[in-house]
Design a protein around this ligand. Structure first.
Ligand code: SF4
Length: 220
């Protein structure tokens, strides 16, 4: 059982997080990115669309969007009004359409139409921040240059006592120090599944949580 009062050393925290990961992998063996995509370009566009929107909603609009404009070349040439119409239900559709079109234009002009494979280059693209870049590198190319920190990861990493910080940037730094690098990508998918199934925001189901003996926030 994890005490709420003792100060845990970094070594202890690393050991505890390994046990957490083992249990999460056992509980969510199919954890993966829930944005449907066939290639890193589609993943990047879907991730841009997922801002302030559910993955389910994004998955409803992308089949038609990618059928009409499957490549950066086609997206760059697409009339902005058509992109807007296709993505309207994801919210903030004017800004998102502008980002997606300008993103495609820059992919063509600066990167030969290829998705860059470094965080530094990805964040130069319109609509792509550090989080989207990490999603593309991780789920698109299997490259871990960071840990994707979404709202589930913020909340549950804090509940698990792995960070006391509140901003995604600082939380990512803490997680990078604690998590084994080979699990940086999977961590986000495991925690999102856990946040949807058990550690739900309104009322975490601690008594049935596989992490209850490893979590300082468990209420049993
Ligand atoms: S024990 Fe409770 S607070 Fe901790 S991870 Fe599980 S559900 Fe969340």
């Amino acid at each position: 059982m994890v005490s709420k009062t003792t100060t845990e050393t970094l070594t202890d925290k690393k050991s505890r997080v390994r046990k957490i990961i083992t249990r999460l992998k056992r509980t969510y063996p199919d954890a993966q990115c829930s944005l449907r995509h066939n290639n890193p370009y589609q993943l990047m566009v879907s991730t841009i669309l997922s801002a302030q929107c559910t993955d389910e909603r994004v998955n409803m609009v992308t089949p038609e969007l990618f059928a009409r404009f499957p490549t950066p070349g086609k997206m760059a040439a697409a009339p902005i009004e058509e992109i807007e119409e296709l993505i309207r239900s994801t919210g903030f559709y004017r800004n998102k359409a502008k980002s997606i079109k300008n993103n495609a234009i820059m992919l063509l002009s600066d990167f030969g139409g290829e998705i860059p494979r470094t965080l530094a280059d990805l964040v130069k693209l319109p609509g792509v921040g550090r989080k989207t870049a990490s999603v593309v590198l991780g789920a698109g190319f299997g490259l871990a240059e960071g840990v994707v920190v979404d709202t589930h990861v913020v909340r549950i990493s804090r509940l698990l006592g792995l960070t006391e910080n509140k901003t995604p940037e600082k939380i990512e730094r803490d997680l990078i120090e604690i998590l084994p690098k080979k699990d940086w990508i999977l961590w986000t998918h495991l925690i999102i599944d856990h946040g949807r199934a058990v550690c739900v925001a309104r009322r975490p189901k601690c008594p049935e949580c596989p992490l209850c003996k490893l979590c300082p926030s468990a209420i049993l």
